[in-house]
Design a protein around this ligand. Structure first.
Ligand code: PHE
Length: 345
């Protein structure tokens, strides 16, 4: 009977090894250890064995049963592991596959240009200030020395919002606001939208300026030139040059229009340069020494009398600079929100 037990057990162990699925394994377990299993069948005949031999057979049977159960557990663990591995393999994510890029927005070319200008001037101590786009007639015109009969106030140029209220026509209004609110010394930069009743390929009723103002004792025209040359080099390249042409703005004296050398043809005057149109120069800003009348309007008269309080101011067109830098032919493209245009920046 012991021999029989051994045979059954050895067969069971082989069957276990051969079982390739958890279901097959369970079948093997039932066929050996189940109520009607082969091992149980053998033990049912224990009654016919002489009493003296029974303990030894019982012990052997228990030993085999333990071994088979242990073998089942081992086999079960390995089959379960195989199932898990197969599952993981099936659910595998191929992380090497390039993903579809999410659509990324970008900053408008005018925002980019404004930020670049601010970045350059903030490196040399200019603070950014802002003012309202709906401005008083007083701060936009009167206080910056543009009297009531000045042509700039003509209906053709200015959007009037109501009596004494306009859409600011230049950021120079922010110069005056800031001076009236703060004491000198001042070194400020005022970016923002301005409005003029004008519209064609190079003019838009709304456009953008950045105004600069430095007020302190002994500020000189040479400081203005040095600052603008620094700006031109940072903005347009290390070999940029500037040129000042005498000009008139009511709020500065003397005043100048400032050109930078063409960054595309590098002033190698040629008719074919699409940026400077063969002139070699790009007109980008107006500038000058703050008119003493503005200091009076700002309430700085005392300081002017008691010492050499002076200042310079400049104002530049951001849209024009962005157009030049990117070779944009028509200003209106900037404000049409056409994605095909904007995507390029
Ligand atoms: N405000 C002038 C304009 O709009 C620019 C400017 C600013 C000129 C400061 C001189 C000084 O054209």
């Amino acid at each position: 009977m012991i021999k029989k037990l051994e045979e059954i057990s050895a067969q069971a162990l082989r069957d276990l090894e051969a079982a390739s699925t958890l279901e097959a394994l369970e079948q093997v377990r039932i066929s050996v250890l189940g109520k009607k299993g082969t091992l149980s069948d053998v033990l049912k005949t224990l009654g016919s064995v002489p009493a003296a031999e029974r303990p030894a057979i019982g012990a052997a049977a228990n030993e085999w049963k333990r071994k088979i159960e242990a073998a089942i557990e081992t086999r079960k663990a390995s089959l379960e592991n195989a199932v898990l591995q197969a599952q993981l393999e099936r659910d595998r994510v191929d992380i090497s596959l390039p993903s579809r890029l999410p659509h990324r927005g970008s900053l408008h070319p005018i925002t980019q240009t404004t930020r670049k200008i601010i970045e350059v001037f903030s490196r040399i101590g200019f603070d950014v200030v802002t003012g309202p786009e709906v401005e008083t007639d007083f701060l936009n015109f009167e206080a910056v020395n543009i009297p009531a009969d000045h042509p700039a106030r003509d209906m053709q140029d200015t959007f009037f919002m109501g009596p004494g209220v306009v859409l600011r026509t230049h950021t120079s209004a922010v110069q005056m606001r800031t001076m009236r609110n703060q004491s000198w010394p001042l070194r400020i930069l005022a970016p923002g939208a301005v409005y003029r009743n004008d519209s064609d390929a190079t003019h838009s009723p709304m456009f953008h300026q950045v105004e600069g103002l430095w007020v302190d004792r002994d500020v000189k025209m040479s400081d203005l030139k040095g600052t603008l040359l620094f700006f031109a080099r940072e903005m347009f390249g290390a070999d940029a040059k500037i040129r000042l042409r005498p000009s008139y703005f009511p709020f500065v004296e003397p005043g100048a229009e400032v050109d930078v050398s063409c960054f595309l043809c590098r002033s190698k005057i040629s008719d074919s340069c699409r940026v400077c149109k063969g002139t070699g120069w790009l007109e980008i800003l107006g500038a000058g020494m703050v008119h003493p009348r503005l200091f009076e309007m700002a309430g700085y008269s005392e300081a002017v009398r008691s010492g050499a309080l002076t200042g310079y101011a400049f104002g530049m067109g951001v849209d024009r600079i962005a157009m030049l830098l990117h070779g944009i032919p028509d200003l209106r493209l900037m404000f049409q929100s056409d994605v095909r245009f904007l995507k390029q920046f």
